[in-house]
Design a protein around this ligand. Structure first.
Ligand code: ATP
Length: 213
C-alpha cells in the first residue's frame, strides 16, 4: 500500500493565457513555493464559456505560447485537455480528468483574486471544494478583506481548503499586452523572449483588443 508520504502535490492553473505573461509565471512559482507543489500544470482554455462573447485568439497559438514560456522550468507543465475538447469545457470536467489521472495525489487549483471572486458563477462550483485545495493569488486592485471573507465563508459552509497568497503579484494582464502590441509598444518586460518572438512572427494582437472582464 502506498504510504501518505508518497502522495504528490499537483497544481492546476487554468487561464485563457491570451497571451501568457510574467504575472502568470510568478503566480505559478509562488504557488509551487507556498504549497510545496511537485509540479504545476498550466491549462490553456479552449473555448472559455465566460469569455465566449469576446474574441479569443486561436487555442493553438495560446497553447504554443504557454509551452514556450514554461519550457525551461523543471516543474512547470502544459496540459492540452481543454483545447482538445470540442464542446466548451468547465473546470469540473478538467478536475475530474486530473483526479482520474492522479488518483492518489493532492490537487491544488490555482487562480487569481478576480477569478476567485467569480467562483459562484462557475458550473457546480461547490463540488470543487471536495476535489481540490484552492490557491488564490492576490491581484492589484483586489480587496484583501473581501477575499478573506469569501474564503472564510467557503471554509465554514463547505469545508473548503483555501490558501490565500496575500502578496500582490505583478500588475500585468494579458489585455495590457494585447493593447501594447496593438500600439506598437514593447512587451519584452512583460513576457518571455520566445513568446515575444512568436507574437511578432505570427502577427498576433495587431487588430483586436479586448479589456479584462
Ligand atoms: P485578460 O487581461 O485577458 O483578462 P488575464 O491577464 O487576467 O487576462 P487570464 O489568462 O485570464 O489572464 O488569467 C488566468 C488566471 O491568472 C486568472 O485566475 C487570473 O485571475 C490570474 N491572473 C492573471 N494575471 C494576474 C496577476 N497579474 N495577478 C494575479 N492573478 C493574475
Amino acid at each position: 500500500m502506498a504510504s501518505d508520504t508518497a502522495k504528490r502535490k499537483i497544481g492546476i492553473f487554468g487561464g485563457t493565457f491570451d497571451p501568457i505573461h510574467y504575472g502568470h509565471l510568478t503566480i505559478g512559482q509562488l504557488a509551487l513555493e507556498v504549497c510545496q507543489l511537485d509540479e504545476l500544470y498550466f491549462v490553456p482554455a479552449g473555448n472559455p464559456p465566460h469569455k465566449a462573447f469576446q474574441h479569443v485568439t486561436e487555442a493553438m497559438h495560446r497553447f504554443t505560447m504557454v509551452k514556450m514560456a514554461v519550457s525551461s522550468h523543471p516543474q512547470f507543465r502544459v496540459c492540452d485537455y481543454e483545447i482538445k475538447r470540442k464542446n466548451p469545457s468547465y473546470s469540473m470536467h478538467l478536475l475530474t480528468n486530473f483526479r482520474e489521472k492522479f488518483p492518489e495525489d493532492e490537487l491544488y487549483l490555482v487562480m487569481g483574486a478576480d477569478s476567485f471572486l467569480e467562483l459562484e458563477l462557475w458550473y457546480h462550483y461547490k463540488e470543487l471544494f471536495s476535489l481540490v485545495h484552492i490557491v488564490v493569488m492576490n491581484r492589484e486592485g483586489s480587496d484583501i478583506l473581501s477575499l478573506e471573507e469569501r474564503a472564510s465563508c467557503y471554509k465554514t459552509d463547505y469545508h473548503a481548503d483555501i490558501i490565500l497568497i496575500t502578496s500582490i503579484c505583478l500588475d500585468v494582464s494579458s489585455s495590457m499586452l494585447r493593447q501594447r502590441v496593438k500600439n506598437h509598444l514593447p512587451i519584452t518586460h512583460l513576457t518571455t523572449e520566445n513568446v515575444v518572438r512568436y507574437i511578432n512572427e505570427e502577427q498576433l494582437y495587431l487588430k483586436q483588443v479586448k479589456n479584462r472582464a
